[in-house]
Ligand binder design. Structure first.
Ligand code: NAD
Length: 472
């Protein structure tokens, strides 16, 4: 799509105060594919004022009317599915087939889910002699990352709008084009002016201005733990609620009776998807000592099938990572894994063959990884899988929980109940049991340093509400 050289504010595309531009680069070709404004603190201020002005009107609309607007938004996105997929492929580098199935279809489904939820949600309840009102929290400042760029926007904006809040969005600087497309969809859906506002810009300037703005009632942030901590501190000082979706280092625990071939295959696919740039990726595979060597061989074999290629080719399963900086970060971790004594069984830090251009990383698998190694503790955010060995169930629980994070995970066992019993012991927000598939209505969010709050479904809506009790 054609980039706008403007910000979407108060129902129209308007020139930015700042004259700076952000260049958007295709990670497969290294070509600049668009330029968008680098919004400043002044631009953020104007957007927050528009959101505040629109708040009373939007808050007063009936939930059924908000539901109708959200349904229209879902339809406007669905009508542009191919364009969404192509845009995310171009600015993120995700393979086109994955872009369609996940980067486009997931946010379309989530937008639709909030149309239903807005219509059905009990915004009022009775507790004894009290009428409890669930009211919108106010103006929301949403700050999103680049790895699932449209999904992360919709997972904040749709529930906020359903709740009756108004929004200022600051999307990631690497992927602003799909954010502009989203603003066009909002416009097409006929949302009142000022209810949704977009300020593209850099984190330390526009992001920081939004997080610290006195006119913002709640900040919802997805991204790195370092920035999340800073936003949490700013919100704490201002006594404001905050929602944080941060990093992860999730465990894929394969128990002795599990179907090893399937568990390893699905586990490798989970890590290689989106070039490993998934906060909920199962980047640590835990296997019992008896079947560890077999699992290592299966994982190396499965990883080799993810041949890096052109994201616009329908057959490609592994595209580049988002930026040169991200490639350096990922290959730095691969070097560190080798230096700390892990055994490389697939991939490595050198560039894949035939890719002189583009920020490609080879699909990489490490064996003989121990819990204390850096690659077992830190989020790499690239196509890198680590395999750890455990002797018994107790040790498996210990290793799985031995991280500051707790976002996601998987358990595979001979039977569902055995896997569920193990999952109860995990300090993490989501666990897929024997390959259970992603549920866009289930609460998503982290334990420990993986975050505060939950997104998606009714739990996601509740983040944008505050309660008032009327005693009768
Ligand atoms: P980041 O946290 O720097 O950026 C996320 C968003 O926050 C972007 O919109 C950015 O502009 C904004 N931001 C940056 N600094 C800010 C500040 N001081 N105040 C307010 N907003 C600010 O993440 P990144 O640089 O895009 O990626 C770095 C690492 O973060 C990745 O390698 C990965 O490990 C992790 N990450 C995690 C997730 C996730 O979903 N949990 C997503 C993206 C990145």
């Amino acid at each position: 799509m054609q980039a706008h050289d403007a910000l979407y504010r108060d129902g129209a595309w308007r020139p930015a105060v700042g004259t700076g531009l952000i260049e958007v680069t295709n990670p497969a070709t290294e070509e600049v594919i668009g330029r968008v404004p680098a919004g400043t603190a002044e631009d953020v201020d104007a957007a927050v004022r528009a959101a505040r002005a629109a708040l009373p009107g939007w808050t007063a609309t009936a939930p059924a009317d908000r539901a109708a607007r959200l349904a229209a938004l879902g339809e406007a996105l669905a009508a542009r599915r191919e364009e969404i997929a192509a845009t995310v492929s171009a600015e993120l580098g995700a393979p086109l087939s994955f872009s369609r199935a996940v980067h486009a279809d997931l946010p379309i489904a989530v937008a639709g889910s909030y149309a239903t939820i807005a219509a059905e949600y009990a915004f009022e309840e009775r507790i004894g002699n009290s009428r409890v009102l669930h009211e919108p929290i106010g103006v929301v400042g949403a700050i999103t990352p680049w790895n699932y760029p449209l999904h992360q926007i919709v997972a904040k904006v749709a529930p906020a709008l359903a709740a009756g809040c108004t929004v200022v969005l600051k999307p990631a600087e690497n992927t602003p084009l799909v954010a502009q497309l989203f603003a066009e969809a909002v416009d097409a859906a006929g949302l009142p002016a000022g209810v949704f506002n977009l300020v593209t810009g850099y984190g330390p300037e526009a992001g920081e201005a939004l997080a610290g703005h006195a006119g913002v009632d709640l900040v919802s942030f997805t991204g790195s733990t370092a920035v999340g901590q800073r936003i949490g501190a700013l919100a704490g000082a201002a006594v404001k609620p905050v929602a944080l979706e941060l990093g992860g280092k999730s465990a894929n625990v394969i128990l002795p009776g599990a179907d090893l071939v399937r568990a390893v295959k699905v586990g490798v696919a989970n890590v290689m998807a989106n070039s490993g740039q998934t906060c909920s990726a199962w980047t640590r595979m835990l296997v019992d000592a008896d079947r560890y060597d077999e699992a290592v061989a299966l994982a190396a074999e499965a990883a080799a099938k993810y041949v890096p290629g052109d994201p616009s080719d329908e057959k490609t399963r592994l595209g580049p990572v988002v930026s040169e900086r991200q490639r350096e970060r990922v290959t730095g971790y691969i070097d560190q894994g080798v230096a700390e004594g892990a055994r490389l069984v697939a991939g490595g830090a050198d560039a894949p063959e035939g890719h002189e251009r583009g920020w490609y990383v080879r699909p990489t698998v490490f064996a003989d990884v121990t819990p204390g190694m850096t690659i077992a503790q830190e989020e790499i955010f690239g196509p890198v899988l680590t395999l750890l060995k455990y002797e018994d169930t107790e040790e498996a629980v210990r290793i799985a929980n031995d991280t500051v994070y707790g976002l996601s995970g998987a358990v595979w066992a001979a039977g569902e109940e055995e896997a569920v019993a193990f999952a109860r012991r995990l300090e993490t927000g989501q666990v897929d049991i024997n390959g259970g598939r992603f549920n866009p209505l289930a609460p998503f969010g982290g334990y420990k340093h993986s975050g505060v709050g939950r997104e998606l479904g009714t739990h996601g809506l509740a983040e944008y509400l505050q309660t008032k009790s009327l005693q009768l």
